[in-house]
Design a binder for this molecule. Structure first.
Ligand SMILES: Cc1cc2nc3c(=O)[nH]c(=O)nc-3n(C[C@H](O)[C@H](O)[C@H](O)COP(=O)(O)OP(=O)(O)OC[C@H]3O[C@@H](n4cnc5c(N)ncnc54)[C@H](O)[C@@H]3O)c2cc1C
Length: 421
């Protein structure tokens, strides 16, 4: 191994998780290297809709959301740059009686966790957001301090912070394997990273990858049941009744449809739970029409608005919609010491910096005070990728399984890409 190329931490992936984790780690370690197979931010992080909420469905996701919003607020003072966070308020709608019962229980849990969320009746919701239909829903949970960021601005913010922190970014450099050795206690430990440009010696690796995390895991010889699916976002033309100063965002959770204002037009996004997992390659126009119809019921003024832009991109998800934060486990079940896995489970704008902070803590100290990670590691999944945890109830309707075509390849080549010495 070329011992001259040595790092205290190698991070795979320069999305919001790898980017911010490298910044946090650089304040405690000497040399932090980030590998990015393409360009910084080119994954999901630059294509997101930017919705940020502390209204999580579990105590852990409430904590990650709160920490992340506090981080966005402190950002300018800490780093001299920001991700464009705007506090807009977020209403999570209930359409059915079941939605309302679940929503009220969720509010009780969230209040116990310390967030000032409230339940608005149908009339209360309509009074707060006059563009929302007066009927056809039962109000919902509302938190005034939720909001949104500008995803490309977030990429810029962590890029500048990485530069200021002295993080070494290697673009167009792909991670191609872990180098491990026997740890003497029944497992292995990382001693290096293989890349498309040679080997780096290190005792610490942090594997991120967003929608590609499953593949990154496979390269490392780690089974990660993270999925990838099409997610579509569109922006309509402006309408004079939109309150461009502060119109709260809304999530029609049953329909998997959310919206907020973007440069005066209404931005809305959705996922299709019936779609097979895989990379987004095109716009599903019939699905777009179906979502427009649902939107027109809930926001009647959108009915005849023209479309300004639309994009489909590949979103990451996990089978229980919760983040993955914990040590790497080899396909044979043994730990790979010094290697940490981090996935925001499709919520990288609302949890990403929090997930990154936890990931840096785990990589450096083996523990964190931000959130209880006992249940968030890879060991919660069985060999079929099924989680033993209850699903986070506030999430997009992602496909119900993270299994994809590459499982076949994995079964045929378990542990491919692991080098030992
Ligand atoms: C259309 C859309 C809308 C979304 N809207 C929201 C939203 O409103 N709110 C929210 O919270 N979340 C949203 N998300 C989800 C959010 O964008 C992701 O959860 C988040 O960006 C994931 O961050 P990441 O750093 O884990 O992954 P990424 O940003 O995808 O970064 C991973 C990086 O790893 C690199 N990589 C992969 N393999 C290798 C390798 N072998 N070697 C080196 N580098 C590698 C990739 O090139 C990539 O740059 C949205 C996503 C999409 C697609």
């Amino acid at each position: 191994m070329n011992e001259k190329d040595r790092a205290d931490l190698v991070v795979v992936g320069a999305g919001t998780v790898g980017g911010w984790a490298s910044v946090f780690a650089a304040s405690e370690l000497g040399r932090v290297v980030v590998l990015e197979q393409g360009l910084v931010g080119q994954g999901a992080s630059s294509r997101a809709a930017g919705i940020v909420r502390a209204q999580g469905g579990t105590p852990a996701t409430v904590a990650l959301g709160r920490w992340t919003i506090d981080f966005y607020r402190r950002q300018s003072a800490t780093y001299g740059t920001d991700s464009g966070f705007r506090e807009l308020g977020y209403l999570i709608l209930a359409i059915t009686a079941d939605d309302e019962r679940a929503g009220r229980e969720r509010v009780a849990m969230q209040r116990r966790e310390g967030i000032d969320v409230e339940w608005l009746s149908g009339d209360g919701a309509h009074d707060l957001i006059p563009t929302l239909a007066a009927t056809g829903h039962r109000g919902g949970s509302y938190l005034a301090t939720d909001g949104c960021i500008d995803p490309p601005r977030n990429v810029r913010a962590y890029s500048l912070a990485m530069q200021a922190a002295g993080v070494e970014v290697r673009e167009r450099t792909a991670f191609s394997g872990l180098v491990t050795e026997d740890d003497g206690v029944g497992g292995r430990r990382v001693v290096g990273i293989e890349t498309s440009a040679g080997r780096i010696a290190t005792d610490r690796a942090l594997l991120t990858g967003g929608p590609s995390l499953r593949r990154v895991g496979k390269i490392a010889g780690v089974r990660i049941p993270a999925g990838a699916a099409r997610h579509t976002v569109a922006v309509l033309e402006p309408h004079p009744v939109f309150d461009v100063d502060r119109m709260p965002m809304v999530f029609d959770i049953g329909g998997g449809l959310y919206w907020r204002l973007e440069e005066g037009g209404l931005l809305f996004g959705w996922s299709d739970p019936d779609e097979l997992p895989g990379e987004a390659r095109s716009i599903n126009w019939p699905m777009y029409e179906a979502q427009r119809a649902r939107l027109a019921q809930l926001v009647p003024v959108t009915r005849d608005l023209g479309i300004r832009k639309i994009w489909a991109a590949t979103i990451d998800y996990t089978p229980d919609h919760l983040p993955i934060l914990g040590p790497a486990i080899a396909v044979d079940g043994s730990p790979i010491r010094g290697t940490t896995i981090a996935s925001p489970g499709g919520h990288g704008m609302m949890w990403g910096p929090g997930v990154a902070r936890v990931a840096a803590d785990l990589a450096i100290h083996g523990g964190t005070r931000l959130v209880d990670v006992t249940d968030l590691g890879l060991d919660r999944f069985d060999e079929h990728g099924r989680s033993r945890l209850a699903t986070d109830p506030i999430a997009l309707p992602f496909p119900h399984t993270a299994a994809g075509a590459d499982d076949v390849e994995e079964a045929e080549h378990p542990g491919a890409g692991v080098a030992t010495r």
